[in-house]
Design a protein around this ligand. Structure first.
Ligand code: FAD
Ligand code: SF4
Ligand code: SF4
Length: 477
């Protein structure tokens, strides 16, 4: 039977082992354990090797999933790694945190009768095996090509772009305002989904590849900041990958009370030692999280791990109409979070400090074009006690032309950067952009795709400008 595919009929889906809720809610370690080789081989062999693989079609990176599943089944791990790393710059990260139920696995054809192939867990296994075996090495260029690119922001879009450009011989400098690289991989997504050592290991490889990191250096118009104009003058091209960070605010009486905090401030503090301990810690508090997306789930699960007395999520739609992944909701519930469905915060009650939230009960209205039901208020209200309220209502772009003092920088009606249709160049010649700053709040896998494609667009733009030698991607020194 070794090496045989199409085993989905006799071989049931087995996800990697999940740590028990009681064990995992007292630490920030990842909740899923890794596959062992036999388990991975068995699960990969469930694939029916579709001629037109919908899993690949729905993977933003176009990963050649059936091919590497077959190689894993046959025990040809080195080849599986070589193949999977050709289309994905950070497969160990996507394998852990892609919402697979909405992407590759959600479109696996065996799903109607059987449960999908566990694609994400196999992808993680392939790359972790490669790290263990020493196959993951920095892709150093064959030779320097004499041109330079500045990248603003070290999230997945910036890192993926940097990795690909550096492999082609560009001198690549990343400017990052935080003290560590990784963007939301480091200071947003909690460790129980993605341990920080995984991000650090990848950033270390990028530094060994020869990418120069300028940490703690913002690009802007403030004191000690470098202007975008200076970067444009110093480098042959610039890639903007600064993400979206302006939090949508809660409204209503009492919205300014002490104890009401923004999700990202809270999550960042939980990942940084000694930051504003009392204001941004949930320990011993009754916590209400406002919002129904994955950020809200991350906040609830972080609060539980910090020892909150009680954690409640207030969301204005019902379970079926929430944006958060079903799996993350289930994980939060297992760990002890409680949901108040169909409610919207109306007022925050307290003397100086929040003590309770008055919630307006909602009912579902008509569905929109995407099938998502609208909500409308009812006459009823209810009140929940709260010592801390975490607002997770989503993020928007800042006023970018003002931030970078470039009035001619074109933005969309949502404030995100406008890039040439089908390309990545902004209205400023030689300035490219990708990731959340172009898409709005999105996913890591889309940011990686943008970074990779923008690198190719930058490379094409610069090769046209000068007759330079570009090393083919994938060639290592
Ligand atoms: P970012 O990751 O935001 O990186 C931008 C970087 O630019 C940051 O490091 C920032 O400090 C830096 N920067 C900004 N302005 C400047 C400046 N002026 N000068 C210098 N540096 C600057 N996606 C998933 O796929 N799976 C998940 O499970 C998931 N969970 C999430 C949980 C949370 C709490 C949040 C907030 C998001 C989550 N996402 C998840 C979304 C995902 O993290 C983002 O879509 C992705 O990180 C976007 O990548 P990016 O490179 O465009 O931007
Ligand atoms: Fe699935 Fe994400 Fe991997 Fe693509 S990158 S195969 S969507 S887990
Ligand atoms: Fe295999 Fe499912 Fe992809 Fe078909 S859709 S190739 S069964 S993983």
């Amino acid at each position: 039977m070794a090496g045989q595919m199409l085993r989905f009929v006799n071989c049931p889906q087995r996800l990697p082992e999940k740590r028990s809720a009681s064990e995992r809610k007292v630490d920030f370690a990842e909740i899923y354990k890794a596959f062992d080789p036999q388990h991975a081989q068995e699960q990969a062999s469930r694939c029916s090797q579709c001629g037109i693989p919908y899993c690949t079609v729905h993977c933003p990176l176009g990963n050649v999933i059936p091919e590497w599943l077959r190689l894993v089944t046959e025990g040809r791990m080195r080849e599986a790694y070589d193949l999977s790393s050709q289309t994905n710059s950070f497969p160990e990260i996507c394998g852990r945190i892609c919402p697979q139920d909405r992407l590759c696995e959600g479109n696996c054809v065996i799903r109607p009768g059987f449960r999908s192939v566990t694609i994400g867990a196999v992808e993680r296994h392939i790359t972790e095996t490669a790290f263990k075996e020493g196959w993951v090495v920095p892709r150093k260029p064959v030779e320097e090509n004499g041109q330079s690119v500045a990248i603003v922001g070290s999230g997945p879009a910036g890192l993926a772009c940097a990795e690909r450009l550096r492999a082609q011989g560009y001198s690549v400098h990343i400017y990052e305002r935080q003290d560590k690289p990784g963007g939301l991989l480091m200071y947003g997504i909690p460790g129980f989904k993605l341990e920080k050592t995984v991000v650090e290991r990848r950033c270390q490889l990028l530094a060994e590849q020869g990418i120069i990191f300028h940490l703690g250096q913002a690009i802007g118009a403030g004191a000690n900041e470098i202007s975008l104009e200076t970067l444009r003058a110093q480098y042959d091209a610039v890639f903007l990958a600064t993400g979206v960070y302006r939090a949508r605010k809660v409204q209503g009486p009492g919205a300014g009370l002490h104890g009401i905090v923004e999700a990202l401030d809270y999550l960042k503090a939980s990942q940084t030692e000694g930051v504003d301990g009392d204001r941004l810690s949930a320990q011993g508090k009754r916590v209400v999280v406002i919002g129904g997306g994955d950020t809200a789930m991350d906040c609830m699960r972080t609060a539980i791990r910090q020892g909150a007395a009680e954690v409640v999520c207030a969301y204005r739609r019902d379970r079926d109409n929430m944006p958060g992944s079903r799996q993350e909701v289930a994980n939060a519930e297992e760990e002890g979070a409680h949901f108040e469905w169909m409610v919207s915060p109306e007022a925050f009650i307290g003397e100086g400090r929040v003590e309770a939230v008055r919630l307006r009960e909602m009912r579902l209205g008509a569905a929109d074009a995407q099938g998502r039901r609208a909500v409308e208020p009812t006459e009823a209200t209810r009140t929940v006690k709260a010592d801390m309220v975490i607002c997770a209502l989503g993020f928007e772009a800042e006023d970018l032309p003002a931030l970078w003092q470039q009035p001619e920088l074109a933005v969309t009606k949502w404030g995100t950067l406008d890039v040439k249709a089908g390309g990545y160049e902004t209205s400023l010649p030689g300035v490219f952009a990708g990731g959340d700053i172009v898409r709005g709040a999105s996913l890591v896998v889309w940011a990686i795709r943008d970074g990779r494609e923008a690198a190719d667009a930058i490379s094409a733009h610069l090769s046209n400008k000068l007759d330079i030698k570009v090393s083919p991607v994938g060639e290592c020194a």
